[in-house]
Write a protein that binds this ligand. Sequence first.
Ligand code: ADP
Length: 336
Amino acid sequence: MAKRVLSGIRATGRLHLGNYLGAVKGMLELQDRSDLETLFCVVDLHATTTPYDPKTLPQNTRSVILDYLACGINPGKSALYVQSDLADLIAQLSFYFSTVETIARMQHLPTFKDKVKQHPNNVTMALLNYPLLMAADILIYKAELVPVGIDQEPHLEVAREIARKMNDTYGTKFPEPVRFATSGEYVPSLTGEGKMSKSVEGSYISLTDNLELITKKLAGAPTDSGKGEIVPPTGGVANLLKFVELFEGIEKRKMYEEKYMGEGIRYGDLKKELAEAIYKELKPIQEKRKELEHKTSYVDEVIKSGAEKARKIAQETVLEVKEKMGLVKKLRVNNQ
Ligand code: ADP
């Protein structure tokens, strides 16, 4: 049987370069492998674990689906669906998982602590359960490979732990999923500190940004005098060089590093070239996205058939878990 691949992105607006390089690029690479079965989704249930607007959620969900398709996710190869279309099965499985996971373990996750800091008045059960829901997203298909950024590693560790505990406790046969890493597994923020993220204003470039906007955003990225004995390993300059590497290649990065230690870098030129290189990669995506915005029934059909394909596999797993947990009689055996 083909190994399965699962990945999802939260429905919190349009994708940025971090999502694209850390997650979507990995998905694109894996959907072309004939030994793998790929399933990708928009995790709208996860979007409800922090404060959100129910009125704009459907639009945000749709927007991520369009971004996926515009980036090249091919519904002929990958099942593309919306998580809440399978809420009955995924949320159910995450409840079963909660029987083998402790509250203390969830409270100590760095991702949970970060969210508590961001939303101190909204520390809900849903937020605490976030990693269980993600484990259910993956394990419901017994997926073994998960193309996501490095920030998701603690959650994958939880998914592996749950797989082990479920297998030990109930005798299920869950595999232990591993992360599929891309060269952009950690895309830094434009601010010079931390990672690029939707929730940090000024940190990101969206896939829908035009050349003018990209140029403007890069202009605000912090730099230094352009010269020195060693290239700074962290901060604004290090981040700019990471972008050069990701969009213009490692040779170009090396060239700038030599310049830094020699005659000096002119950041105006570097930023102009970099903006053009980023835009060159985004332009075809933006053009395809515009076309897709008018193909409403096509997109509806993609989501519907993706959910049907996903549901078939998910149902099997949930039934198996229920049987193992003693929640249903073995109905499948001779129909007794
Ligand atoms: P955000 O952090 O912007 O809210 P999500 O949590 O929805 O984005 O993450 C969606 C996917 O994009 C995940 O696979 C995540 O690991 C990846 N991702 C997000 N930000 C980055 C980044 N700065 N670098 C690499 N991957 C990232």
